[in-house]
Design a protein around this ligand. Structure first.
Ligand SMILES: *[C@@H]1O[C@H](CO)[C@@H](O)[C@H](O)[C@H]1NC(C)=O
Length: 357
């Protein structure tokens, strides 16, 4: 069909097209990545070094920790290298690691694309953080409030709000509430609660945390479930190398309750994209058949004897520490190697985090 438009009309149409194109190019959603930042709360599974700034014995900012981290730096991560959250950040096209909020080497410019508030030894239950005087979740959320104020001062209010709204929030916590607190009998919890009651108590706390973060602007939130805590080398070493089935049962019950709660909240909170990141079965599969994933052992850690060393007992001078951590699922008696973290992170990215893109 031939154009019947007058020269004036076609000029107007062309101008409109140019304006539309400019709008498209300049629209913030097009300029910004769809995930603006990775923001992390939790325990040693995701602490990037906050405990270095805290008076606690729960720390790992010395060799052999970090020996496979870029620059061979012992950052305070409980690992030979990077954590799952570092891999998520990289997969979102952000920095290949998430800096700790209390690390003096980083400032608000760095934190604008990712920040970690997690603290090794912490739990959902404030009594858990009390066991080793680490940063309780409530304090981690206070730091997040402070972070939002600093971000607004740095970027301006509108841009800071957009970063907060388009960030992905990764929460990994709960194991210590059982291992360090309930089953360790170091606090009053085991007298106050049955395991089922304590699980309910923890899931209520997790619910409050999610509601609080939602109120502060978080929308895309993944809460990682617990892995088979009864199969940590530290736990097995006291059971003739058998997994402690009551710990695993507690983890599964907690996961089931957490999954239900997250699903309900996702329906209740408008605009919330909450997800339960289910790691239990996948990780149990690695433990059952480590060779399938290229691991030589999943029973002991790389550090020292691999049976009890964690934190200060994992020493840089211990000649028994393995040479090739990639062959081990566990780095110390509690925490995963970088390679195991990478495999778990890939799985959770594929199944959960990818939905935030
Ligand atoms: C995740 O997805 C990628 C790309 O499809 C695939 O190569 C990788 O094997 C997956 N990893 C896991 C652990 O599922």
């Amino acid at each position: 069909m031939l154009s019947t438009a007058s020269p004036g009309q076609s000029r107007a149409r062309r101008n409109l097209l140019v304006i539309l194109l400019l709008l498209l190019l300049l629209s913030p959603a097009e300029v910004r990545a769809r995930v603006t930042a990775l923001i992390v709360f939790g325990d040693s599974t995701v602490d990037a070094g906050n405990n270095n700034a805290v008076q606690t014995v729960v720390r790992s900012n010395f060799a052999p920790y970090g020996r496979d981290f870029p620059g061979h730096r012992a950052t305070g991560r409980f690992c030979n290298g990077r954590l799952a959250t570092d891999f998520y950040s990289e997969a979102f096209g952000l920095r290949p690691f998430v800096p700790a909020y209390l690390d003096p080497d980083y400032g608000i410019r760095d934190f604008a694309s990712g920040v970690c508030f997690a603290s090794a030894g912490s739990g959902l239950d404030v009594a858990t953080a009390g066991v080793f005087s680490v940063i309780p979740l409530s304090k981690q959320v206070d730091y997040f409030r402070e972070y939002k104020r600093r971000l607004a001062a740095h970027l301006g209010g509108a841009e800071a709000a957009a970063v907060v709204a388009d960030a992905v929030y990764a929460i990994s916590v709960g194991t210590n509430d059982f291992i360090e607190n309930y089953f360790a009998f170091t606090t009053a919890r085991y007298r106050e609660f049955s395991v089922a009651e304590y699980t309910g108590y923890l899931v209520d706390l997790a619910r409050s945390l999610l509601v609080e973060l939602y109120g502060l602007g978080a929308r895309k939130v993944a809460f990682t479930g617990l892995a088979a805590a009864g199969c940590l080398p530290l736990v097995r070493a006291r059971r003739m190398m058998l997994c402690a089935e009551e710990y695993n049962a507690a983890a599964r019950a907690f996961n089931a309750a957490l999954r239900g709660m997250v699903g309900e909240l996702a329906d209740d909170l408008p605009g919330a994209r909450l997800r339960f990141a289910d790691v239990y079965d996948f990780f149990a599969g690695i433990l059952a058949d480590p060779a399938r994933y290229g691991f030589a052992t999943a029973e002991v850690g790389c550090c020292g004897t691999g049976l009890y060393e964690v934190g200060y007992t994992c020493s840089g001078w211990d000649a028994r520490t393995c040479m090739d951590a990639d062959r081990y699922v566990f780095w110390d008696a509690v925490h995963l190697t970088e390679r195991a973290n990478r495999i778990v992170a890939e799985y959770l990215f594929n199944t959960t985090f990818v939905h935030f893109l």
